[in-house]
Design a binder for this molecule. Structure first.
Ligand SMILES: *Cc1c(COP(=O)(O)O)cnc(C)c1O
Length: 388
């Protein structure tokens, strides 16, 4: 079966719900047992059953089952946010004295977690060049427990050589965690590339409508209980409404992504021929430095990409951003609407330097008609040039 078919059929058990296509929202804390024996046999230390609301409901299990199948992992675990999925998964594998290798282009809140919480626990993080490839070998220590990758990175869009990084991690007994939010479970299959734990901000494309905060962790069979037990021990769980919305969003993920991809590539190609633009950061474009790896390992691109302008003054860039009518200013992405974001303040590097030729922006191509989006950019560029 291919992704589109999994997306429609995975995790569905209509017979359990009177034949209804979708499971209801189970609002649940307490689960009742008919007898003392049933209560005693329920084994509430097994966190993967219907024993108590915190460990999941049939709605949660339906989402987790569907995502695990789609991604090709063993099982998934829903958490309260994408960041919660990252911090929960990372901390499941490290103890005082351990060492983490982290991409220098990682999502900033992941870096903050390493530099504060993990550091305070005596866990050291070394940031590596996302393009290091086999050079990662030289950074491995006997204490390295985790190699974390994020590809492409969500502000600067470097594509990492995941099979090479994963092979090095395996040789040294480290687990590979991936933030796979950009590609979604549709466009990158992490478990065929050596990843052990794949993490999604389901807040983005899986939810797909800018109204959900949710994380998902998918693991191999080997690591499932480690992560599930850790998450459950901390008391992390996902809300009932959120898992239901994410399950609903998931059913249209593939078809939405095709349009996000098409519009994103169209906008990127249009922008790259504009006199105001110095560079496009989009791995699906042939001239992008990450194109070869993206082409080898991914089956598509989402609607998120970067734009570097020529060196315009801040006033001119601000005028451009505020003149846009269809592209809204906002963090996050993956919803149906187009967004734009100046990114310079969010790009923090310690192992590498990132020096764009001019102001850097990130665009999320939404589901509007592409011609309207282009017309909007075109009129806003007039304001950029006027203030130049
Ligand atoms: C948004 C995002 C996250 C965090 O997800 P939240 O649900 O907002 O906590 C993690 N990684 C990437 C790449 C993201 O874009």
């Amino acid at each position: 079966m291919k992704s589109d078919t999994f997306i429609v059929h995975a995790g569905r058990h209509p017979a359990d719900y009177h034949g209804v296509v979708n499971p209801p929202v189970y609002r649940c804390s307490t689960v009742l047992y008919p007898t003392v024996q049933a209560l005693e046999e329920s084994d509430h230390h097994r966190f993967d059953r219907m024993t108590y609301g915190r460990y999941g409901t049939p709605t949660t299990f339906a989402l987790e089952e569907a995502v695990a199948e789609l991604e090709g992992g063993f099982r998934s675990i829903a958490t309260s946010s994408g960041l919660g999925a990252i911090t929960g998964a990372l901390s499941a594998f490290v103890r005082t004295g351990d060492h983490v290798l982290m991409s220098d282009a990682v999502y900033f809140p992941t870096r903050r977690f390493c530099d504060t919480v993990l550091k305070a626990q005596g866990i050291e993080t070394t940031y590596y060049d996302p393009l290091i490839g086999s050079g990662i070998e030289a950074l491995m220590r006997p204490t390295t427990r985790v190699v974390m990758v994020e590809s492409p990175s969500s502000l600067t869009f470097e594509v990492q050589d995941i099979p090479v990084l994963a092979a090095a991690a395996k040789r040294h007994g480290a687990v590979v965690l991936m933030d796979n939010t950009w590609a979604t479970p549709v466009f990158f299959k992490p478990f065929t590339k050596g990843v052990d734990v794949s993490i999604h901000a389901a807040t983005k494309y899986i939810g797909g409508h800018s109204d959900v905060m949710l994380g998902l962790i998918t693991t191999t069979e080997e690591h499932y209980l480690t992560v599930k037990t850790h998450i459950s021990t901390w008391g992390f769980c996902a809300g009932s409404e959120e898992v239901w919305l994410a399950l609903r969003g998931l059913r249209t993920l593939a078809v939405r992504l095709r349009q996000h991809q098409e519009t994103g590539i169209l906008l990127a190609n249009w922008l790259r021929n504009r006199p105001e633009v110095a560079q496009i950061l989009h791995p699906a474009l042939r001239e992008d430095p990450g194109h070869a790896l993206w082409y080898r390992d991914f089956t598509g691109a989402c609607g998120l990409f970067g734009v570097i302008l020529h060196p315009y003054r801040k006033e001119a860039v601000d005028a451009f951003l505020e003149a846009l009518e269809l592209f809204a200013l906002g963090y996050s992405w993956g919803g149906y609407e187009s967004l734009i974001l100046p990114t310079a303040r969010g790009i923090i590097r310690t192992a590498t330097s990132w020096q764009p030729a001019g102001p850097s922006l990130r665009i999320h191509a939404g589901l509007e008609t592409p011609e309207d989006l282009i017309a909007d950019l075109e009129q806003a560029f007039i304001h950029l040039r006027e203030k130049a």
